[in-house]
Write a protein that binds this ligand. Structure first.
Ligand code: ATP
Ligand code: MG
Length: 261
């Protein structure tokens, strides 16, 4: 990795507590363009909280967070003495345009068609022209293997189709990075496969992604880097094959052991 590349997102010394429960304890993470980072770890380890803080759904208590040149949160100019604070509303709005998010539960509007779902944010948030947005939306829907379903509403689709429509929706904002939080854990194995297939295709296309997942085969085969989180800390991280096939830390070995055989 070249030192000159600019990370898409950078978090340094991120901390987050809910009351006395310290959920993120000094987490640092930088994602380079084109990287696919898989985040694995036991339940309650802070994976979703990390994604929620990175996507501004939850506020950090401390740390430094930026999207490229957009500084989201950190300490003021007076360096060490500066108070931790979030940037202005307009800076946060700018940062929100840099990422897309796909949850476990498909985040589609139930009363809108697939096409309307995919077109909504580009029209409303980015105020782009309808013809350009529609053309891109149809292409994304086709890319997700959903051609012919443009005019269906979510309840007329299978879970796997809904999740692929959610991915099209997230891609429609042309984000620099896509976050996934256990995108297949609500799906049957057969539907899981079709969602993982489009995610693999996105990875092959060079899409920058951070994926919280329990799919170890996907993490090993598709991720460029794996982060093992436990107890609000990064316990181990490295190339996917190393972390998954030859974990160095006992806790990682113990966790992965649950997936073996
Ligand atoms: N909004 C909240 N209020 C209070 N506590 C919370 C909140 N969200 C998460 N927590 C707590 O933070 C800790 C980490 O939860 P988190 O959902 O981030 O874990 P996770 O690694 O995503 O787990 P899982 O694999 O089960 O999804 C847990 O102890 C959880 O109870
Ligand atoms: Mg979670």
């Amino acid at each position: 990795m070249s030192e000159n590349t600019n990370p898409v997102v950078t978090l340094e010394h991120g901390r987050k507590a809910f009351g006395s429960n310290e959920v993120l304890r000094d987490i640092s993470l930088a994602v380079q363009p084109g990287e696919v980072v898989a985040v694995i770890g036991p339940s309650g380890g802070g994976k979703s909280t990390l994604l929620r803080c990175l996507t501004l759904l939850e506020q950090l208590d401390d740390g430094e967070l930026s999207y490229g040149d957009v500084r989201v949160a950190g300490h003021g100019d007076s360096a060490v003495g500066g108070r931790f604070e979030y940037a202005s509303k307009s800076a946060l709005a700018q940062a929100r345009q840099r990422f897309g998010l796909v949850f476990q539960q498909f985040n589609l509007f139930p009363h809108m068609t697939v096409l309307q779902n995919v077109m909504d944010a580009p029209l409303v948030v980015q105020k782009r022209s309808r013809s350009e947005v529609e053309e891109q939306a149809r292409a994304l829907i086709a890319k997700m293997g959903l051609a012919g379903n443009e005019d269906k509403v979510p309840c007329q689709l299978s879970g796997g189709q809904q999740q692929r429509a959610s991915i099209a929706r997230a891609l429609a904002l042309n984000p620099d990075i896509l976050y996934f939080d256990e995108p297949t854990s609500a799906l049957d194995p057969e539907l899981t496969g079709e969602v993982l297939k489009v995610m693999r295709q996105l990875a092959d296309d060079g899409t920058t992604m951070v994926v919280v997942t329990h799919e170890m085969a996907f993490a090993r085969d598709v991720a460029s880097r794996v982060i093992f989180m436990d107890g609000g800390r990064v316990v181990e991280e490295g190339p996917a094959s190393q972390v998954i096939n030859e974990p160095r830390e006992e806790r990682t070995r113990e966790f992965l052991g649950r997936y073996a055989g």
